[in-house]
Design a protein around this ligand. Structure first.
Ligand SMILES: [Zn+2]
Length: 598
């Protein structure tokens, strides 16, 4: 391919709207262009990379025994209403009416469609089945950001497994988990398999595959010692070994005046008490019905907890206690309660506590369930709200002065916490979610009637798993992880071309001929080659070569004048070798092998 004829425009300046290094470099290196908010065009070079990712994903899915199919992006919304996700997704679901007046949606995911499809399978003998597709998804993201990392239209590989029992599901899940590890390794990415919120199914673990990156929107914790990794919502707080070994004796509880002091900081400063001695009491309202969205991947859940808050019986107030320096983890709380929830409004708080917001406490609080985080139980002589205007209680002792209904892990992990598995130090890492594997259970099969007859001729719902990979995100994550000050450093597996042949003086007929010969020889050897034959300055060509990041560069320039050699270099290490034209193919192959194994 000749660059002079190739639609590969590079830019020296960062795009104005960029907020991630991958976005900047993907625009500048001519991979993508922005069309509108959250919508990107892939130029030929970008599409080549995308196709490399797709090929790896497809190979590994097939190897894991999954069967490829293709489901429509255009879907009747009846299916979404049948599973309750029409309301759950709300504005994220892009809907419109077709010419017959029927409402349709652009699929943000395909659980409904695929479950409806497999209803045709009737016998346990036809299961297990895992199917997948590589398809465009649509989500009306409230805040599209970071280029292709959070966009409204994106390419996803989504797979769905159907099993007859839990053991089968675990087997299908494991096959996908292992396929994912092979995919990310082959793509040259560093990815952490993080424990994630399993959703309301409870019990089972789900995993998110997180690529550490500065532009990552997700936070994960990782144990430096044992490798335990979890996303921030799912990270368990260690409970057994954090007991404060204290000789402090329990004092008598007293009420103190704290006029206008509502926040942890204000109360702590006013009373001269450490924030770790304070206990926060938050009032939530929990939906008494089991949550409908048990099968929704955690990322989608964030959009709609408030929206789906429907309750036939009225919401149930719940008081949640965490230490002053801790934050409530609403994902954990929702799981303990088995309900969706939201923070109570001012009027509920005032009705329950008899005081305005900021003075609520557990002692004497009536008509409300009391859920207490483990760390609170270890505070001696705590400070809490007094359920009276402008007052707090001091020397409150859990178990003596109030009785929790439930003690559980209800808080976000902090930097002071230790690994729940080995007590090692935890690192907090920013990351991009590039994939997830998730045990769905029977939510969709029950709602849509995907049942099979077992060996005893009993009808049972199929047990499902779902497995997603963000194809565009793999490209962005690779750029995030593999770049330097000059540009992208593609891993060979994803590189749009393996070799760039740069003719420094394209008007020199001999050099131009050498460039063409080099391109021809390398292409004949089965390599993908881009020939930079543009009429540009050598400096500009070298800059573009670094920016675009093709692994091996062959330069026809000064060296040819001095000793009739070409210069072969590796983008990653910048090491350079003089090579005679007849030895070019062999040398390039050697360098590629070396780079592959590094
Ligand atoms: Zn550990």
């Amino acid at each position: 391919m000749r660059w002079s004829q190739y639609f590969l425009p590079t830019l020296r300046e960062d795009p104005k709207d960029s907020d991630a290094i991958s976005h900047k470099l993907m625009v500048r290196a001519g991979l993508i262009r922005r069309l509108g908010a959250g919508a990107y065009s892939y130029l030929p070079l970008g599409l080549r990379v995308l196709h490399k990712v797709i090929a790896i994903v497809r190979e590994e899915m097939n190897r894991a025994g999954a069967q490829e199919l293709l489901l429509p992006a255009l879907q009747p919304t009846e299916l979404w209403k049948a599973t309750g996700r029409y309301d759950v997704l709300g504005d994220v679901l892009i809907t419109f009416k077709d010419r017959t007046g029927k409402e349709v949606a652009l699929g943000p995911t395909h659980e409904e469609v695929v479950t409806d499809l497999v209803k045709e399978l009737r016998s346990y003998k036809q299961l297990p089945l895992t199917v997948y597709q590589i398809q465009t998804k649509f989500r009306d993201e409230p805040r599209p950001r970071f280029g292709v990392i959070r966009s409204k239209e994106f390419l996803m590989k989504d797979a769905y497994s159907f099993d007859v029992d839990l053991e089968g599901l675990n087997h299908s899940y494991q096959a996908m988990y292992e396929a994912y590890q092979r995919i990310f390794t082959r793509c040259g990415l560093t990815v952490l398999a993080c424990e994630a919120d399993p959703g309301m199914m409870g019990g089972d673990v789900s995993h998110e595959f997180m690529a550490p990156a500065d532009s990552g929107e997700d936070r994960v914790v990782r144990c430096v010692a044992c490798g335990y990794a979890a996303n921030l919502e799912a990270a368990k707080c260690q409970t057994s070994d954090i007991r404060h070994q204290t000789s402090e004796s329990l004092k008598a509880m007293e009420t103190v005046k704290t006029p206008g002091k509502r926040t942890v900081r204000e109360v702590s400063e006013f009373l001269g008490t450490a924030v770790t001695k304070l206990v926060k009491t938050l009032i939530y309202e929990a939906d008494r019905k089991p949550v409908v969205e048990q099968g929704i991947p955690p990322k989608l859940k964030q959009h709609k907890i408030a929206k789906t808050f429907v309750n036939e019986f009225g919401p149930e107030p719940v008081a949640v206690l965490v230490r002053g320096d801790h934050e409530v983890n609403e994902t954990k709380l929702a799981r303990v309660l088995g309900a969706s929830l939201r923070l109570a409004g001012t009027s509920t708080i005032e009705r329950l506590s008899g005081a305005s917001v900021g003075f609520t406490g557990p002692v004497g609080l009536q008509g409300v369930r009391l859920l207490v985080d483990h760390a609170v139980m270890e505070v001696v002589n705590a400070v809490t709200g007094a359920n009276a205007p402008d007052a707090h209680l001091v020397n409150v002792n859990p178990g003596r002065d109030f009785q929790p209904e439930t003690v559980a892990d209800l808080r976000m992990v902090t930097e002071e916490d230790r690994c729940p598995k080995c007590q090692g130090r935890l690192a907090f890492i920013k990351a991009i979610e590039v994939g997830h594997v998730f045990k769905l259970g029977t939510k969709y099969s029950q709602a849509l009637g995907a049942v099979f007859q077992d060996a005893r001729r009993e009808l049972k719902p199929m047990i499902m798993g779902c497995y997603g990979i963000g194809v565009n995100r793999i490209v962005a994550a690779a750029v995030e992880q593999l770049h330097d000050g000059q540009g992208i450093v593609w891993p060979i597996a994803l590189a749009p071309f393996q070799v760039l042949v740069s003719v420094m003086e394209s008007e020199n007929a001999e050099h131009a001929r050498l460039g063409e010969e080099a391109e021809a020889a390398l292409t004949k050897a089965g390599l993908e080659v881009l020939l930079d034959d543009r009429e540009q300055s050598p400096g500009s060509k070298l800059k573009d070569a670094d920016l675009v990041g093709i692994p091996v560069q062959v330069v026809i320039g000064k060296r040819w004048q001095s000793d009739q050699s070409l210069e072969v270099s590796l983008r990653a290490t910048k090491e350079k070798h003089p090579v005679k034209p007849e030895a070019l193919v062999e040398n390039v192959r050697k360098l590629l092998d070396k780079e592959r194994s590094s």
